[in-house]
Design a protein around this ligand. Structure first.
Ligand SMILES: Nc1nc2c(ncn2[C@@H]2O[C@H](COP(=O)(O)OP(=O)(O)OP(=O)(O)O)[C@@H](O)[C@H]2O)c(=O)[nH]1
Ligand SMILES: [Mg+2]
Length: 467
């Protein structure tokens, strides 16, 4: 049963204009049937915008008008105000297949639903559009026009606005495939203006949505934290009895080590994807995306994380003994102080390749045999690279409109490929360094005290990525 108080809107408009797409994006539901073949929706479908299992706004995706000119003529002759014209229309035409869709779309209006009239603002206005606008004006339901701009061409938008202004209380431009969270909130805000009685419920819905978004950010922070905790201390080892097996086991371990780290990253990405309600999207990123690069590729390590100087300053806050090394770092010897490996002290590219910085160790076991182990990753840069990749991924999915049909998408701002971490202030990067060190040294107490401010920093960054 539908809660009567739930504001309900019928989505009306020509076939293939993007009605189902608008509902999909507004309700963050990517399971709605969207198709380039006109006439995909032939029966009303009720789709709720749900927060915490409660429907806060309901949309009725309709097939649109089938016979607008005759329907208009009928309403012009019968909208006397004395009888319920919609009820009478449905009674007269219910069994006439020529008015099948018209009857279907008028049904929710009988229950007091408002109308969202969706039109593709890139095509010319047709006579049938004007007929449909006029039908809705005669019926007198609360109504808003939604101009869904299906391509870059905005030339006709002004024309549409003028036409709609004559018979609609509110007009919004809403790109179903590009709209982000803020655009959705703005559309709901605008709906408040078309019927004052719905204002309290719509305001409650907006508040619930804002709260829900904040909950999703908090959950994302937890997901990132879990991934960092696992990755920073991750190591692998294997016991063997014959010395002759050592080389083979070393190679296997090294391969498994990076494979497992990548799967920790993948797992956190999938959790974010599910959190944001993308069920159809299998993320296959285009070649130009840094996210399509391997976690340990040289390109990834050069594009993301901190610069050498930033790393040095961040690590300087970690405690005694580092200060002397810092001078060396700025003198050009770089990161010998942070990573004891020869590779790190060497040329830039070698330093930035994380794969080389997880040391392999072979230990003879007193009772016989050997223990080969790899990890944890010694590189101070590694957690920043992980974080930066997670941030880029978050930006990708948290702003993605659910109506989008392609599974490929490039990030808008990847041309300069600068990550979030390098844009933080010194003290913010130092906070990270402390958190990463506490994880590495398994210092639970200091980790717990750092967790609050670190979570805040992550959350602030997530908010900025959504803008
Ligand atoms: N590029 C782009 N394509 C869009 C946009 N909105 C809808 N489309 C595409 O237009 C086609 C029709 O979209 P639908 O949402 O199914 O349209 P509809 O009005 O529900 O269509 P029917 O149910 O057949 O009446 C699909 O191929 C959509 O992907 C948009 O804003 N931009
Ligand atoms: Mg449809």
């Amino acid at each position: 049963m539908t809660d009567i108080a739930t504001p309900t809107f019928a989505i009306v408009g020509h076939p293939n204009e993007g009605k189902s797409s608008v509902v999909s994006t507004l309700t963050e539901n990517d399971r709605i049937r969207i198709s380039s073949t006109p006439g995909e929706t032939i029966r009303n479908e009720r789709i709720s915008l749900t927060v915490d299992g409660k429907a806060v706004v309901q949309f009725v995706d309709t097939p649109g008008f089938q016979n607008p000119s005759q329907t208009l003529r009928w309403f012009q002759q019968n909208s006397t105000g004395e009888t319920n014209a919609i009820q009478e229309f449905i009674r007269q035409f219910a069994s006439n297949p020529e008015f099948d869709h018209d009857c279907e779309l008028l049904k929710p209006l009988l229950e007091g639903a408002g109308v969202l009239f969706v039109a593709d603002g890139t095509r010319p206005i047709a006579q049938s559009d004007l007929a449909e606008m006029e039908i809705l004006r005669l019926i007198g339901c609360p109504r808003m026009a939604v101009i869904n701009v299906k391509s870059e061409n905005q030339d006709r938008v002004a024309e549409w606005k003028t036409a709609f202004r004559k018979s609609f209380n509110a007009i919004r431009i809403f790109d179903a495939c590009k709209a982000d969270f803020q655009n959705r909130i703005e559309l709901l805000e605008a709906l408040k203006s078309i019927e004052q009685d719905w204002t309290p419920q719509l305001q409650q819905s907006i508040d619930a949505l804002l709260k829900d978004r904040d909950r999703k950010r908090s959950r994302t922070v937890e997901i990132l934290f879990e991934a960092l905790e696992k990755s920073i201390v991750f190591s692998k080892s294997r016991l063997l009895s014959n010395e002759s097996d050592i080389d083979r086991v070393k190679a296997d371990l090294e391969r498994d080590f990076s494979k497992d780290l990548k799967s920790i990253e993948q797992h956190s990405w999938e959790s974010m994807l599910r959190l944001f309600g993308h069920t159809r999207l299998t993320v296959s990123l285009p070649d130009q995306s840094i996210l399509s690069e391997d976690l340990f590729s040289e390109q990834t390590w050069q594009a993301l994380g901190l610069t050498r100087k930033q790393l040095a300053i961040a690590a300087a806050g970690l405690g005694a003994g580092i200060g002397a090394g810092l001078d060396l770092a700025f003198g050009g010897i770089a990161f010998g102080v942070f990573t004891a490996t020869a590779a790190a002290a060497g040329a830039g590219a070698a330093f930035f390749k994380g794969r080389e910085l997880a040391r392999l160790k072979v230990k003879r076991i007193p009772l016989g045999g050997y223990k080969v182990s790899v990890g944890p990753n010694q590189n101070e840069q590694f957690p920043y690279v992980l974080l930066d990749r997670a941030f880029l991924y978050y930006q990708h999915i948290s702003t993605r409109a659910h109506a989008r049909q392609e599974t490929h998408q490039s990030l808008a701002d990847e041309s300069d490929k600068s990550g979030v971490c390098s844009q933080w202030r010194n003290e913010q990067r130092s906070l990270c360094a402390k958190v990463f060190r506490a994880i590495k040294d398994r210092k639970r107490e200091s980790l717990e005290s750092l967790r609050g401010p670190f979570s805040e920093l992550l959350k602030e960054s997530l908010i900025e990525l959504e803008l």
